[in-house]
Every structure is written in structure tokens, then in C-alpha cells.
Design a protein around this ligand. Structure first.
Ligand SMILES: Nc1ncnc2c1ncn2[C@@H]1O[C@H](COP(=O)(O)OP(=O)(O)OP(=O)(O)O)[C@@H](O)[C@H]1O
Ligand SMILES: [Mg+2]
Length: 468
């Protein structure tokens, strides 16, 4: 920490009370000695005591300069902890965190001794019978304001082991990136960090819906997924089939990581229907052999990655395309998981009208959203009540999100890593997909001929139109 008057003032603000607590007795001691100043040596004792006291103060200051950071932080933690513990009983009463027993006596929610992890304080609370975890969650925002904290969340599930996590610095406030080519564990993708500063890994398997307003950071989720999977993409264990209805603007930069790619409506629908056909073929082959597909180079996991999903499922003007796109997405999302076909889709508007198959996405990521209603649409009312407030995420922290895992654990606050253009280009150059294939449009049928099935149509590609 570099020296400044602010740092110096902070040091002495903590030092004087400490010196007073430890050395107050010196003053009466010196006062008493002055009454005997006529006696031999007493004058020297007074002088040497004063010199020793000043020397100790100076030496402590010199020694503190070597570990100013930790010293000031420790002092700040001690002061804040005293303040929290001292003001908790009255705050708990004011927030209604109390019950009355049968004799009318008040029992107030108690607090234990705070512990610290950097700028985050953990305060154990013991709630009397009759109160519930939800009462504490409902009061969290007001506790944060009372304690001057940036956020308060409730940790623990059992009423007997609840703790308040009081954050004084937002661990997710600063953007960050990850180096390329991290190891792939076969089950989840490293996407960013979570509230406590731990790694945030997104399980690969459940169909994932990412919802966020424009500029909320959906692209960092898309690239987080692709950059986290560069190794299996390059080895052929995973194929990513990308759809980007913004004319390919987003995915174009890392196009070589994609095995198949579509940007217009016709090719996007053809890609989706192809995925459905291959998924059903694979399901037939695996029937009676296994109930869970294991990826191999000959039978890779296929991730259907869709940016701006609503353009396919709601805003498309061709009603037939719209119907086919919705049908294909619903089929993939309802049958694909066990056979290794996974949908990862991003959209801005989470209303049911824009995505009829919303309920089939079992893993959801809510970035910044417009209002509470949208947050509840994406994560559910329970998650909102548990403190997942996507509509309160600041526009200045793109990539911050609440993740609702499919295993029913409470929503987790996370921030996705930022992927720089340079890194995406490097990834595409080094870890390109080994077996890229174009999306081929089925031949337009002659209306006079009898209708053929979808599968037959696709095999008749005498004059195909390609998007590669
Ligand atoms: N994880 C992140 N960390 C830091 N900055 C980010 C992060 N993600 C995105 N940003 C910044 O926010 C800007 C907008 O993000 P992004 O393009 O991902 O938004 P979006 O949700 O895809 O919006 P749209 O729906 O308009 O495409 C980016 O240009 C980038 O500068
Ligand atoms: Mg985008």
C-alpha cells in the first residue's frame, strides 16, 4: 500500500485507542512520581519512562509500515465486528426478527462472534422457533443498509446453522479474464468466479438458458463456453453447432471453433432439424445398449449454441419457419440430454411467448434483467425470494449473473470471465474444430408432387444451398 495522508490517518485512528487501552496507567504513575521528584533518581525515572513511551510509539509506527495492508485491515475488521455485534440486538428487534413465548416474553434472534474472510464478515445467527430462514432472507437488504455493506446474503439451509454473509467489497466488481486452454474435466466448464471468489463451473449436460438485457454480457457466456471447451472441440469429442441470428456478428470471430454454423432463418432451421434427426438416429442406435451417451470422436457430444434465440422462436415472420424452429428446439431440449445433444441458448426477452419451450431448460443463468417479473420468469419466484435479484444487477458490471442449477441448490451469484477478441481469434486459430460441415438446405419441393417426410427431403439435395 502506498503512503498517503488517508492511510496515515487510518493508522493513528486505530493506534491511539489501542495505546490508551494499554498505557493509560502510565499517566497516574508519572503523576504520582512527580510528587517525589525531589528524591534522588525519580527525575531520571520520569524522563526515561517518557523516552521509552515515545520510542515504543515510534517503533510501532516503523514496524507497522512493513505490513500496513494487513494491519489496517485487521483493525478495520475488529472495529466493524464490534459495531456489528453491538448494534445487532436492537437491529434484530427493529426488523421484527423476534417472537414472543407463551408467557409473553420476547425472544430475539441472536448473533455469534463474527469471523472474517478479507472484507466479508460471517455472522452466525440463531433464530428462535417460530421464525424461518425466509424471514432472515427478507430482511437481508435492510441489514446490508444498516451495516453499511454492499450486500448481505443468508448462508446455510438448516435453521440451526444459518449465517449472514456481510460483504463490504463486491468480489465481482472488477472484470477479469482467464488464460486460454485450461484443462477440461469432462463434466463442467470454467466460466468465471462466484461470490466468494471460488471458481464458477457450469455443468455440461443440462440444457442451459441464458437470459439478459442488451449489453448484460451474454456474449461472455457464449465465449466462456467455447473457450472453456477448446480442448474437446479440437480433439473432436465435442462439436458445437452455432446459430447466430444477428447475421453472424457475434460468432463470426471464432467461427473455426464451430463444426456447423447458420445465421439466416432457413439455414438455422435446417441445422436444428438436422440435429433432431441425428439425435433420434443416435437414440435408436443406443436403445438397449446404454441409457447415457459417452462422447467419442465418432459419436461426439453436440452442443447446439444459439445466440438471440427469440429471433428464431418469436420474431421470425415466416410462420412455418417459426413453427419448425420451436418444434425442433422443444424436441432437442426434451430428448437430447441422454444421447449427448445439448442446447445452450441466449435471449433478451424471457417471456413464454418468445420461448414456448422455456420450461425444458433445466439450468438457467439470469444476467441483468429489466424487472422483478422478468427475473421470476427466468429463475422462478423461489429464487427471487432467496435473493437472486437480476433486476438489481448494475449495468456497470456486465457478466454478473445469478445461476440456478438443476439440482435445486439456492441460486449462486457469479461473474463470467471476459473474453477479449484477441483471445477468441487465438483460440479459433489453435483449437479449430477438426471436422467442419456446411448446413445444407433441403431442396424446395415441387408442389405438384406428393409431400415427403423431412428425412427424405434432406437426402434429396441435388442443388443444395450451403452456409458453411
Ligand atoms: N464478463 C464481462 N466482464 C466485463 N465486461 C463484459 C463482460 N461481458 C460483457 N462485457 C462488456 O459488456 C459489453 C456488452 O456485452 P455483450 O456483448 O456480452 O452483451 P449482450 O448481452 O450480448 O448484448 P446484446 O443482447 O445486445 O448482444 C461488451 O462489449 C463488453 O465490453
Ligand atoms: Mg450478444
Amino acid at each position: 500500500m502506498t503512503w498517503s495522508w488517508r492511510v496515515e490517518r487510518a493508522y493513528w485512528a486505530g493506534e491511539w485507542p489501542l495505546l490508551w487501552r494499554r498505557g493509560w496507567w502510565l499517566l497516574p504513575f508519572l503523576l504520582i512520581l512527580t510528587f517525589f521528584s525531589a528524591a534522588p533518581f525519580v527525575g531520571h525515572v520520569i524522563n526515561w519512562t517518557v523516552v521509552a513511551a515515545v520510542a515504543i510509539i515510534v517503533l510501532r509506527r516503523i514496524r507497522a509500515a512493513r505490513h500496513f495492508d494487513s494491519l489496517l485491515q485487521r483493525r478495520w475488521q475488529e472495529q466493524t465486528a464490534r459495531w456489528i455485534v453491538g448494534s445487532w440486538p436492537s437491529l434484530a428487534v427493529q426488523l421484527g426478527l423476534e417472537v414472543r413465548d407463551y408467557s409473553g416474553r420476547k425472544i430475539v434472534t441472536g448473533a455469534g462472534n463474527p469471523s472474517w474472510d478479507g472484507s466479508t464478515c460471517f455472522l452466525q445467527v440463531s433464530m428462535p422457533p417460530g421464525l424461518a430462514r425466509e424471514d432472515l432472507v427478507a430482511a437481508a437488504a435492510r441489514i446490508a443498509q444498516a451495516f453499511n455493506a454492499v450486500r448481505v446474503t443468508v448462508e446455510g439451509e438448516q435453521i440451526s446453522s444459518l449465517a449472514l454473509r456481510i460483504e463490504y467489497v463486491d468480489a465481482l466488481a472488477q472484470p477479469f479474464g482467464f488464460p486460454l486452454g485450461g484443462t477440461w474435466d469432462g463434466a463442467s466448464v470454467l466460466m468465471g468466479i462466484s461470490d466468494g471468489g471460488a471458481e464458477w463451473r457450469l455443468p455440461l449436460g443440462p440444457h442451459t438458458l441464458v437470459a439478459g438485457s442488451s449489453g448484460s454480457g451474454k456474449a461472455s457466456l457464449v465465449w466462456g463456453l467455447l473457450l472453456g471447451l477448446v480442448q474437446p472441440i479440437h480433439s473432436g469429442l465435442i462439436e458445437v453447432w452455432g446459430i447466430d441470428r444477428k447475421g453472424g456478428m457475434e460468432l463470426a470471430m471464432g467461427r473455426d471453433l464451430l463444426t456447423r454454423f447458420a445465421s439466416d432463418a432457413a439455414h438455422s432451421v435446417a441445422l436444428l432439424e438436422d440435429a433432431v434427426d441425428q439425435m433420434q438416429d443416435r437414440a435408436r442406435k443406443l436403445a438397449g445398449i446404454t441409457r447415457q451417451h459417452t462422447p467419442t470422436v465418432d459419436s461426439p457430444t453436440v452442443i447446439v449454441l444459439i445466440d438471440e434465440l427469440a429471433a428464431l422462436t418469436a420474431y421470425e415472420t415466416d410462420r412455418e419457419m417459426l413453427r419448425r424452429a420451436n418444434a425442433a428446439i422443444a424436441t432437442l431440449a426434451s430428448q437430447g440430454r441422454a444421447v449427448g445433444f445439448i442446447v445452450f441458448a441466449c435471449l433478451q426477452d424471457p417471456r413464454k411467448e418468445t420461448l414456448p419451450a422455456r420450461g425444458l431448460f433445466t439450468q438457467t443463468v439470469g444476467l441483468r434483467l429489466r424487472d422483478r417479473t422478468e427475473t421470476a420468469m427466468v429463475l422462478g419466484d423461489g429464487a427471487v425470494a432467496a435473493g437472486a435479484l437480476c433486476h438489481e444487477i448494475s449495468a456497470s458490471t456486465p457478466g454478473v449473473a445469478y445461476v440456478l442449477a438443476e439440482n435445486g441448490t439456492p441460486p449462486q451469484r457469479v461473474r463470467a470471465a471476459y473474453a477479449a477478441d484477441e483471445q477468441i481469434r487465438d483460440a479459433a486459430l489453435t483449437y479449430f474444430a477438426p471436422n467442419p460441415r456446411p448446413v445444407v438446405l433441403p431442396v424446395v419441393e415441387d408442389e405438384s408432387k406428393p409431400r415427403r417426410t423431412r428425412a427424405t427431403r434432406r437426402t434429396k439435395t441435388t442443388e443444395p444451398q450451403e452456409e458453411s
